[in-house]
Ligand binder design. Structure first.
Ligand SMILES: [Zn+2]
Length: 697
């Protein structure tokens, strides 16, 4: 017998398995502290020395922290095997290695005690059914847990103190770099700097981050991105909207050093503790925030403005508060109007050449409405108000716009020029490498040649772009400048020009106007509009509504007909039927889809066409449903087998599904298909002619 063997090890332990549990907290530890892993694996020899011939090693938990937040398959497997009485002994470097959180710890030891499993660390063997051993291991576990929390607390305090001084190295986005004394400085690459400045300028001209991201693709402009924790440096890519949003609102570009803008929260999910990172906190809750810490690309106000703009563009589900991103539609006041009757947002509906503002209030769409009115008149009236307000400033604005245009053009030119320079450098380097290689070393030479060709193609592409930009960069001539001033003094003309950009108009309106309240005075047929300007002033307008075919004079017969038709037909179809019947609207106009809709709203007639469609067929639909020709169907109708409902002349026929499915019709159709003739019955005369015609066709 081995003299080293501990008296606790009994023959029944030796029959069962020995487990060596190996663990390292993180992948970094695993790579950098291999000595510890080696030491842990050395336990295998110890197990053999103690008398186990084939100890098994559990190393599934390498790189997983034992702090209690991650699943550790190895640990769970070990618990299971202990509970099945399969394990005689567990070996670990330090008993505290087994578990760092006391819950797991206590559970394992409890099981080891019940199922007679020994535990060994570098010092000694423990039998958990003995109170003394339990006490020693328990103390060790508590100490280890304490040690961890002290270490963590110290590290945290150190990190926070360093961050509070602004000296902790944080992840910095593209545009900045660390110099040799760990200070944040502008990226020495002028091209990167230029791209960052261009990003902030260009975003002012985009309506939303998503459109901005699309602009990069459309103009084939690549942007420098630095991935988090990546040491490789910068990659030139098309940025995504999420990336851009982060960069445009990042305080680092305003020269502000920040630390912990989010916090880590612990949540209890499915019976387990999970760490979650919160969304960005408001500025006063950031751990560290040092202004003027390093050179800035833009002002802090600018970053705040970007944040507000992006917030404003949040999508429709919280539209009641936000105005939404500007889109390309015609209606100029989208997102600005609010209904004075119910306080809800006024939405817009586009048609072929016009737009309609509407508010449905509490109703579902189509069943009733607070108000609805065409966009044309109100857009014009509000624009007129805006123009009279901004006219005195327009000349100055024109000059500024011209200057800005020139500045942007030169910036774009500079970016393209730097791009060519960078491409030239890369191509030169590739050529030098290619030149140095021994031509006999064919494999290497081929690879380098490929690289060189790639670089040359990039250079060519960059030169092509520079050429394009140079052609587009023309400074304004004196004549153009004069024309610009002329236009500025007649701003109305510019505004009304068909080529004037709707997006630009909307941005101007939104800059000046906070909200527009609209109410509908039904008895006077006019809209009361209150414009709330950004400064807090407001203007009231009354706009006469155009005569619409709603009115009390309407003939009750028309109301009934429309009500009847609305059960099965859409508004467009109703208008067609009424026009064919030569019925006019109460104001003497022809019917249109919108007029029918207005008429229905006024008389509270619900449209049920959507629900009715599925149950009835028109002539064509019924013929297709039975699989016979239209002509045959008409014959069947004349025979009196099928009847169709028609609300009024010209209205489409309706044949119900039950009628088509009826035994009589189905039997007739079956016979017809099988024999080519109809059975006796119905009107014989009709049947004969019917057959003659059927066979002739
Ligand atoms: Zn309303």
């Amino acid at each position: 017998m081995n003299p080293d063997r501990d008296h606790r090890i009994a023959p029944e332990h030796l029959v069962r398995a020995a487990i060596v549990y190996v663990r390292q907290s993180s992948p970094t530890q695993l790579v950098c502290h291999s000595e510890s892993t080696r030491l842990q694996l050395g336990l295998r020899e110890k197990a053999i020395a103690l008398g186990w011939s084939q100890p098994s090693v559990i190393e599934d938990d390498l790189g997983i922290s034992a702090s209690g937040f991650a699943d550790r398959p190895g640990f769970q497997q070990m618990l299971l095997r202990v509970a099945k009485r399969e394990v005689g002994i567990i070996l670990c470097v330090d008993a505290s290695r087994l578990s760092r959180n006391s819950k797991d710890w206590a559970h394992l030891f409890e099981l080891c005690g019940f199922f007679d499993t020994l535990v060994v660390d570098l010092d000694q063997v423990y039998d958990l059914s003995h109170p003394n051993d339990r006490l020693i291991l328990g103390i060790k576990g508590t100490v280890s847990e304490m040690e961890l929390s002290i270490l963590r607390g110290r590290l945290r305090a150190g990190t926070e103190a360093k961050a509070a001084r602004g000296e902790l190295r944080i992840n910095i986005p593209a545009g900045y770099a660390y110099d040799s004394s760990s200070r944040i400085v502008f990226d020495p690459d002028k091209r990167v700097q230029n791209a960052i400045r261009q990003m902030f300028d260009q975003f002012d001209r985009s309506t939303s981050v998503r459109q901005f991201a699309m602009w990069f693709r459309a103009t084939e402009t690549r942007f420098p991105l630095r991935r988090r924790g990546e040491k490789a440096g910068i990659r030139w890519e098309f940025p995504g909207a999420k990336n851009l949003q982060k960069l445009l609102t990042h305080p680092i570009y305003a020269g502000i050093y920040t630390f912990r803008r989010c916090e880590t929260r612990i949540e209890y999910v499915d019976g387990k503790l999970r760490k979650r990172v919160s969304p960005l906190l408001p500025k006063d809750k950031w751990k560290v925030c040092i202004h003027d810490h390093h050179p800035a690309y833009v002002s802090w106000e600018k970053v705040l403005k970007n944040q507000a703009r992006i917030e404003e563009n949040r999508p429709r589900w919280d539209m009641q508060e936000n105005r939404g991103a500007i889109r390309e539609g015609l209606a100029l006041l989208t997102g600005l109007c609010r209904c004075a009757h119910c306080g809800g947002k006024i939405y817009v509906q586009y048609k072929k050449t016009s737009a309609l503002y509407y508010c449905d209030g509490e109703h579902t769409r189509g069943s009733g409405t607070c108000l609805s009115f065409g966009s044309h008149l109100i857009d014009q009236a509000v624009s007129r108000e805006l123009l009279s307000t901004v006219r005195p400033l327009s000349v100055e604005a024109a000059i500024q716009a011209a200057e800005q245009n020139e500045r942007e053009k030169s910036q774009e030119f500079e970016t393209s020029r730097l791009q060519v320079q960078a491409a030239q450098y890369e191509a030169d380097r590739a050529f030098e490498q290619y030149n140095l290689v021994d031509p006999k070393n064919r494999l290497v030479a081929a690879t380098l040649e490929e690289q060189l060709n790639g670089r040359l193609a990039e250079l060519q592409e960059a030169e092509r772009r520079l050429d394009l930009v140079a052609k587009a960069t023309r400074n304004l001539t004196d004549k153009q400048r004069r024309r610009l001033h002329e236009l500025a003094s007649n701003f109305q003309q510019v505004w009304d020009h068909p080529k004037a950009d709707a997006v630009l108009k909307k941005r101007l309106l939104r800059t000046a106007i906070r909200e527009i309240l609209v109410s509908h005075q039904r008895d006077q047929q006019q809209l009361e509009v209150t414009i709330h300007w950004q400064g807090g002033v407001h203007t009231c307008l009354s706009i006469k509504k155009r005569a619409t075919p709603v009115g009390r004079k309407a003939d009750t017969a028309v109301v009934e007909t429309v009500g009847e038709l609305a059960k099965t037909l859409s508004d467009g179809e109703i208008a067609r039927v009424l026009n064919m019947k030569r019925v006019l609207t109460p104001t003497g106009l022809r019917w249109s889809k919108d007029r029918v809709r207005e008429f229905r709203y006024h008389h509270h007639l619900q449209s049920e066409s959507r629900f009715a469609k599925s149950d009835g067929f028109g002539l064509k639909g019924a013929a297709e449903y039975l699989g016979i020709s239209r002509k045959t169907l008409l014959r069947l109708e004349r025979m009196g087998v099928i009847s169709r409902n028609q609300v009024t002349d010209f209205a489409p026929c309706q044949i119900t599904r039950q009628e088509l499915d009826s035994e009589r019709v189905q039997a007739l159709v079956r016979t017809l298909k099988a024999t080519g003739r109809l059975p006796k019955g119905g009107c014989p005369k009709e049947q004969l002619t019917f057959f003659d015609e059927e066979q002739r066709t």
